[in-house]
Design a protein around this ligand. Structure first.
Ligand code: EPU
Length: 338
């Protein structure tokens, strides 16, 4: 494992903030993880793990050893049921796994194409899009436990998945380093095209029995039409979660705002589209200095060049305040802050 000192993290966070790390290393193997734990003790610096840096807002230079996960590789094995277990390294690009599954005509994650980041980050916030979340196909993961100094296998139940949420955002925060994720995919055609836009685009293209590659292509087209290309404009995808409203609050909201996009989760919980709330407050396309709200999707905050993390946070705070004032609903960030 090679240690680098005073490394810029600009290439390693999709907001593109030019922040420095006191110490930096890449983990290509599990041994590199053990070595970096030793190095962090020797240097007396906290160890911070970085995946694709695509759901992260870094505010200031990091007095830490930043370990970038690069454990790669994908393997698969077929079960007697015909389902296929696909195992991928935590540092494997998520899109590489999407392509692997689509090429083999395996169903389950095709709706999750073009979500930037690494395989090992996907369970942390239970990534989701177009009606599918990773928890729907999750089998298990392997993680290094910094508290016990051991590698463990963890099941879905142990990961405690919720909407953009898991154990790794609570008690498991900064405790586990995810080195491998196993998902269960199927050869049985099982498209999940409940989303109007997905269904509509397939229809428009005249595709009646899509295969996973068709779905991947359709979703790429939809995402490209709304979301900034992370290589061109700094962002972390959705900045806020879609707020969940309960019982009477949900009722009040829908009565007062009959035109709002509200999705029923169950009898007592509904999710409101945060992008809509933000747009209604007039923020869509707003720009101050080089920080802004993406003109095509108000849920995405962007760095047009030299904005700082603090400027993005100041903008996020103003958005939270104005949405609360107009709708009585509290937005919560989806991105992690360092
Ligand atoms: N909307 C507006 N104005 C906007 C944005 C959205 O009115 O500026 C409305 C849309 O018209 C639509 C509704 O809000 O009726 C929902 O919008 P959209 O389908 O674009 O999805 P979203 O709820 O904004 C979520 C995820 C995305 C994911 C999409 C597609 C969260 C926080 N975000 O966005 O995930 O790609 O659904 O399923 O759950 C991410 O997590 O980084 C991310 C991009």
């Amino acid at each position: 494992m090679q240690l680098i000192f005073n490394q810029s993290l600009k290439p390693y966070n999709t907001f593109g903030f030019d922040i420095y790390a006191r110490s930096f290393a890449m983990a290509y193997t599990e041994q590199d993880i053990l070595d970096s734990v030793d190095a962090s003790h020797e240097l007396n610096l906290p160890l911070k793990v970085l995946g694709g840096g695509s759901n992260l807002l870094i505010r200031k230079d990091m007095e830490a050893l930043i370990l970038k996960m690069e454990i790669d590789g994908i393997t698969s094995s077929e079960l007697p049921s015909g389902d296929v277990l696909v195992r991928a390294g935590g540092g494997c690009d998520w899109e590489k796994l999407i392509n692997y599954a689509a090429d083999k005509k395996l169903w389950g994650i095709e709706n999750l194409t073009m979500i930037p980041g690494k395989v090992g980050s996907a369970p942390i916030q239970n990534i989701g899009a177009y009606g599918v979340e990773i928890k729907d196909v999750f089998h298990s993961l392997r993680a290094f436990d910094l508290q016990t100094g051991r590698f463990n296998e963890m099941t879905a139940g142990e990961c405690r998945f919720g909407y953009r949420d898991s154990l790794f955002k609570h008690e498991g925060r900064e405790r586990y380093i995810i080195t491998e994720v196993t998902i269960r995919l199927t050869k049985r055609p099982s498209p999940s095209i409940r989303y109007e836009q997905v269904e509509g685009t397939l229809k428009r293209k005249g595709i009646q029995s899509p295969n996973p590659i068709d779905i991947v292509q359709v979703i790429r087209e939809i995402r490209r039409s709304k979301l900034p290309e992370i290589h061109e404009v700094g962002s972390a995808g959705s900045f806020f979660k879609n707020p969940v409203l309960y019982g009477a609050e949900a009722k009040r909201f829908t009565v007062e705002n009959p035109q709002a996009p509200v999705y029923l989760i169950n009898d007592v919980m509904s999710k409101v589209a945060a992008g809509w709330l933000i747009e209604q407050c007039g923020w869509k396309g707003f720009k101050r200095g080089e920080a802004g709200v993406w003109p095509l999707q108000a849920l995405v905050l962007v760095n047009y060049g030299k904005a700082t993390g603090d400027e993005i946070i100041a903008l996020a705070d103003e958005i939270i305040t104005s949405v609360h004032k107009k709708f009585g609903v509290t937005l919560e960030p989806e991105v992690n802050f360092w």
